[in-house]
Structures are given as C-alpha cells and as structure tokens.
Design a binder for this molecule. Structure first.
Ligand SMILES: *Cc1c(COP(=O)(O)O)cnc(C)c1O
Length: 364
C-alpha cells in the first residue's frame, strides 16, 4: 500500500487513474489528439464557460508554476503594469516571476493570516496606473480562501484584466469564471482534479488571449503560441505529457461520477470537518481564524510542549503510512494537513488515530 498524502500536492490518486497510464501513444495518434481536445473542453465546463461563450483552455507542460510563469510572461505587455496581491508564499512567487521577466509590477503585501484588503486595492486601481491584477484563490501557504469574487468586481469596475492562481482550488471550489470577470485562471493536473503531475492549464478569455500574440519573452512558456499550436493541428509544440494526460482524462471521469465540482467540494469539506474536530480534540490550535479557513488545507501551530519536534512527529506519522506537510510561513512555526486528493473521511479518522498514538509516544 502506498502512503496516504495529506499534502498540497502531488496527491493520492485512485488506482484507476494510475492504471490509465499503462499505454503508449504517439503524439500524432488520432486517439491522443482527440483526448487532448476532450480534456480542453471538459476543463472549460468545470469553469462554467465554453468555447462558444468566448473562452479557451490551454495546456502547458510542467508543474503549476510553469502555468503561472507562462501567464505572467505572456499576458502583461511592456507598457502594462501588474498589481500583485500577496498574502503568502505563492503570491510572493508571482512577484519573483514578474521581477525575473522585468515586467512592470507593484506588490501589495498583507499578513499571511488576513485576506488582501479591498479598499487599499481600490485606492491603487483608481489611480489608473494598473492594467492587470493577480491574486491567489486558495493561498496554500495557510489554506486561506481569498475573496476572488469581490476583487473580480473591482477589476471590472476599473477595466483591468484579472488573473487568478486557482491552483489548489479549481475543481473543488465552485467558480463561475465569466461571472467573476476572470480573464486568465491557472491550475494544474495534480491538485483537486486528482490527476498525476505533469502539466498546468490556463482558462482564458479568448479575446484577451489573442492580444498576447508576440508578447512572451520565452519560447516554451509562450501562452499564445501554445494555444495556436493546439488549435492548428491539435498537437503540442513540444513532447506532450502523454501519460499524465491519459491519467487526467480518467480523473475527469471520476470527478464527474462524484457529482462534479459540487460533489468533490462536498467530500473535501467532510474531510475538513473531521480533521478540524479531531485536531481540536487532540489539543492542536489552528493558525487561521475559522471564518478565513478554507477546506483545502489546514495549518496548525506547533504544540508549545518541549517534547514536540516536527521532524520526529513527521517521521513517526510517515512510518505509519501518513504523509503530512511542513509549514511555509514566514512568522509562525506551523505544519499543514491537506484535505484533498483521493482521501476520504475514514482516511482522516485513521490519520487522527495515528496522531493520537504519536502524541502519546512523544509525550506532548
Ligand atoms: C501548488 C501551487 C502552485 C504550483 O506549484 P507547483 O509546485 O509548481 O505545482 C501555485 N500556486 C498555488 C496556490 C499552489 O497551491
């Protein structure tokens, strides 16, 4: 038995998703080309949009960050100006990408245990100096849910383009891309859709995507060129992640069977409730206040007891078959437990029992 992953990704996948990879296809195979087409259509459906309503799905090889870098390096023109709303490590990463590509940008940084402030953002947007805004949907650093709907309304009001890193939320948090005025949304194969790692994908407003032509300062991450490649002959410009796509197609069948985004969201919320209750009973305290805590991943303070050592705690759980995740916070000593992937409330119960055992053993 593989260990269960209670992490932000890569995640535990179903046996059927893994088995879907037991085939080889050439990149020009008609079956494979059709598979890519179907996946792109399904992704739009999950975002409640379609080609007919003016949206496009682009698949980009690499992990999630490749998708983020593709968008940031392709979408903002040299005479543009990007406002980056930051309340965690993934927002910080976007600022690093913008800096590396010498994209004009300004960061607005908030505490990791708070959501970006609407009024401060509006103040900046009302100066007319910005052309694009980017925000992280679920900031996986803490598990906080950022109010992307309110920021979408703001972007619409000031006529700026809106980019959302929905890596750890897409597929498990109901979202209407068009209603929230999102121009570019980024997610990846190995998060809430429960595929294996290998690619990211971008859901884009077609009209805004067309405007990106010739803007990218990279060859492989050029979003427009990647889209054109897929549109022209249905093929990837460079070697496609064939097996990851085969797995993803099966993962899409399984999310559908579970009741789509609503069904997936329901199971993750059940995992979250079981974890939240159990951890409180075991005496762990949450880093975020309950109203900010999303159901994707939970952050807990280290117990203050002298006998607690995270490395030992982690290893003892690991040897029992449960993989949790270290913290990534700049100011507090925390660890994280994810509720996503092919895990069920009974798995969370088993994790809690293991934590109880380890707590006794370590004496905290
Ligand atoms: C997982 C994640 C990413 C991408 O990380 P990769 O390691 O490149 O897959 C980006 N943003 C958020 C919010 C994430 O959770």
């Amino acid at each position: 038995m593989d260990k269960l992953l209670f992490t932000p990704g890569p995640l535990t996948t179903s046996m059927s998703v893994k088995e879907a990879m037991l085939h080889d296809y050439g990149s020009r195979d008609l079956f494979f080309i059709n598979l890519v087409k179907e996946i792109r259509e399904s992704l739009l459906t999950l975002g409640q949009v379609s080609k007919e309503s003016g949206y496009e799905a682009v698949i980009m090889q690499g992990s999630g960050t490749f998708g983020v870098e593709s968008v940031i390096s392709s979408v903002i023109p040299q005479k543009g100006n990007l406002l980056i709303l930051i309340n965690g490590a993934y927002g910080e990463r976007i600022a690093r990408i913008a800096a590396i590509h010498k994209i004009p940008y300004q960061s607005l940084v908030f505490e990791e245990n708070s959501v970006p402030d609407l009024e401060q953002t509006e103040e900046l947007l009302s100066t007319g100096e910005f052309t694009h805004v980017v925000i992280v949907h679920c900031e996986t650093t803490t598990g906080i849910f950022n109010p992307i709907e309110s920021f979408g309304t703001l972007c619409k009001k000031y006529g700026v383009q809106y980019i959302v890193d929905s890596m750890s939320a897409f597929g498990a948090v109901p979202l209407d891309i068009a209603a929230n005025h999102i121009d570019f949304l980024i997610s990846s194969s190995n998060k809430c859709i429960e595929g294996v790692p290998g690619f990211s994908f971008i859901l884009a407003k077609k009209q805004k995507l067309i405007a990106c032509k010739g803007q990218a300062d990279t060859l492989v991450l050029d979003l427009y060129a990647q889209w054109q490649g897929l549109e022209n002959d249905g093929q990837f410009r460079f070697t496609p992640p064939v097996h990851a796509l085969l797995a993803f197609k099966q993962a899409l069948v399984e999310i559908e069977t579970e009741g789509g985004v609503a069904g997936r969201s329901k199971r993750y919320q059940e995992n979250f409730q079981v974890l939240k209750k159990g951890m409180a009973e075991l005496g762990f305290s949450e880093y975020l206040t309950p109203e900010l805590q999303g159901y994707i991943i939970n952050t807990y303070h280290y117990p203050s007891h002298a006998s607690f050592d995270f490395t030992i705690f982690y290893q003892k759980l690991n040897s029992r078959g449960f993989v949790i995740y270290p913290g990534k916070l700049s100011k507090a000593n925390c660890f994280r437990i994810g509720n996503i992937g092919r895990i069920f409330p009974s798995d969370v119960e088993n994790l809690l029992n293991a934590i109880k055992e380890v707590r006794l053993e370590m004496g905290f």
